[in-house]
Design a protein around this ligand. Structure first.
Ligand SMILES: *[C@@H]1O[C@H](CO)[C@@H](O)[C@H](O)[C@H]1NC(C)=O
Ligand SMILES: *[C@@H]1O[C@H](CO)[C@@H](O)[C@H](O)[C@H]1NC(C)=O
Ligand SMILES: *[C@@H]1O[C@H](CO)[C@@H](O)[C@H](O)[C@H]1NC(C)=O
Ligand SMILES: *[C@@H]1O[C@H](CO)[C@@H](O)[C@H](O)[C@H]1NC(C)=O
Ligand SMILES: *[C@@H]1O[C@H](CO)[C@@H](O)[C@H](O)[C@H]1NC(C)=O
Ligand SMILES: *[C@@H]1O[C@H](CO)[C@@H](O)[C@H](O)[C@H]1NC(C)=O
Length: 296
C-alpha cells in the first residue's frame, strides 16, 4: 500500500510541475495538486480554459463562443483532446493524462497543426506525414529575396546572417529555389526578425517558453522569432537554449508552403526539444517540398 501511495503522489507532483510550466500565470500557483489529474468530460476544473485555448491555437478545438472559454470539460474538449492525442500518436483517451500534458509543455512552433479545411474538415491527411496549408498556397517564382528586420534586439544581424543563409541553403539544396539578401532599400519577398509579445500581426508571442517562432504561408514571407527565448547561435546549445538555425530551417519550410509533419524525424515536426540541434531536412520534408512544387 505505502509504495503505491508514494508513487501516486510523485506522479501528481510531476503533473503539477508540467502544468505550471505550460501555463505560467499567477493563478497556477494556487491550484491544488489534483487539478487536472484524470480530468475528463463532465467535470469542471479551474484553469481548464487554458487547455482549450492551447488546443484552439493549434487547430484542434472549435467553438462558436471563441471569446469566453469556460473551465467546464465539455464534449468539444474531449474530441479535441482525442484529435490531439491521435496526431501525436499518444494513447487516445480524450482525457488529460501526464503524457498529454508533457507533450503540451514542450516548446513548439506557433503555427497550427490542423487547418479547418471545409473540404476535409477535421480529418487528417493520413497518406503522408507532410502537409500543406489550406488551398496549397505556393510561390509563383523561384528566386526569392529576404531581409533581416527585428523590433527587439536579441542577436546582431551580423551573427544572424550566416545562420539564416545556411538555413535557406538546406531548402535550396532540394528544390529550385534560390535565396538572396535584398539591398537595404529594396523590398524583399521574405522578412526575418525577432519580436516580443504583441508585434503587429494577429499572433502575439507568449514570452519565455512554449511558442518559439512562427511564419506565414506563401506568398506572405514573414518569419518571426520570439525574442523572449534563450536563443543560441553556435553549436554548443545549452539545455535551456533554443538553436536559431534549427528553428529557422523549420520556419522557412512554412514560408515555402509546408505545414506541420507528424513524423518526429521531419524538420516540420511542430515540437522542439531545448538544447538540441536539428538542422537537417528529413526525407519527409524533401518529399513534401517536391510534392508541393514538382508533384503537379
Ligand atoms: C470549419 O469552418 C466552417 C466555416 O468556415 C464551419 O462551418 C465548420 O463547422 C468548421 N468545422 C469544424 C470542425 O469546426
Ligand atoms: C465574455 O465575458 C465577459 C465578461 O465576463 C462578458 O462581458 C462578455 O459579454 C462575454 N462574451 C461572450 C461572447 O460571451
Ligand atoms: C527545376 O530545375 C530543373 C533543373 O534546373 C529543371 O529541369 C526543372 O524544370 C525545374 N522545375 C521547375 C518546376 O521549375
Ligand atoms: C533562460 O536562461 C536563464 C539563465 O540560464 C534561465 O534562468 C531561464 O529559465 C531560461 N529561460 C527559458 C525560457 O528557458
Ligand atoms: C557548427 O557546425 C557546423 C557543421 O558541423 C559547421 O559548419 C559550423 O561552422 C559550426 N558553427 C560554429 C559557429 O562553430
Ligand atoms: C510517418 O512517420 C512515421 C514516424 O516516423 C513513420 O513510421 C511512417 O512510415 C511515416 N509515414 C509515411 C507515409 O511516410
Amino acid at each position: 500500500m505505502a509504495p503505491k501511495l508514494s508513487h501516486h503522489i510523485i506522479s501528481k507532483a510531476l503533473l503539477l510541475l508540467i502544468i505550471q510550466s505550460l501555463f505560467v500565470n499567477s493563478e497556477s500557483h494556487s491550484r491544488s495538486l489534483q487539478l487536472f489529474e484524470g480530468a475528463q468530460k463532465g467535470y469542471t476544473f479551474k484553469g481548464l480554459n487554458h487547455v482549450k485555448q492551447y488546443l484552439k491555437a493549434f487547430g484542434y478545438y472549435y467553438s462558436i463562443n471563441d471569446v469566453n472559454f469556460t473551465d467546464h470539460f465539455d464534449s468539444l474538449l474531449e474530441s479535441a483532446l482525442k484529435a490531439y492525442q491521435q496526431y501525436y500518436r499518444l494513447e487516445v483517451t480524450g482525457k488529460i493524462n501526464s503524457d498529454t500534458m508533457k507533450k503540451m509543455s514542450t516548446p513548439r512552433c506557433g503555427v497550427r497543426d490542423v487547418f479547418n479545411d471545409s473540404n476535409d474538415g477535421f480529418k487528417f491527411r493520413m497518406v503522408a506525414n507532410y502537409t500543406f496549408f489550406n488551398g496549397m498556397p505556393r510561390w509563383n517564382k523561384r528566386q526569392l529575396t529576404y531581409k533581416l528586420r527585428s523590433s527587439a534586439y536579441v542577436i546582431s544581424d551580423r551573427q544572424l546572417r550566416p545562420i539564416i543563409a545556411r538555413a535557406f541553403g538546406k531548402w535550396a539544396d532540394v528544390s529550385n529555389f534560390t535565396f538572396r539578401e535584398a539591398w537595404v532599400f529594396n523590398p524583399s519577398d521574405i522578412v526575418v526578425g525577432f519580436h516580443r509579445r504583441f508585434h503587429w500581426d494577429n499572433y502575439p508571442f507568449d514570452g519565455p517558453g512554449n511558442i518559439l517562432a512562427h511564419a506565414f504561408a506563401p506568398e506572405d514571407g514573414r518569419l518571426h522569432y520570439d525574442a523572449d527565448e534563450n536563443w543560441s547561435t553556435n553549436n554548443l546549445t545549452r539545455l535551456d537554449q533554443i538553436d536559431v538555425e534549427s528553428v529557422s530551417v523549420h520556419e522557412i519550410g512554412h514560408i515555402l508552403g509546408l505545414g506541420h509533419s507528424r513524423d518526429p524525424n521531419a524538420i516540420m515536426y511542430p515540437y522542439y526539444r531545448p538544447g538540441t540541434i536539428k538542422r537537417n531536412l528529413g526525407q519527409d520534408d524533401i518529399d513534401g517540398i517536391r510534392a508541393l512544387y514538382f508533384g503537379r
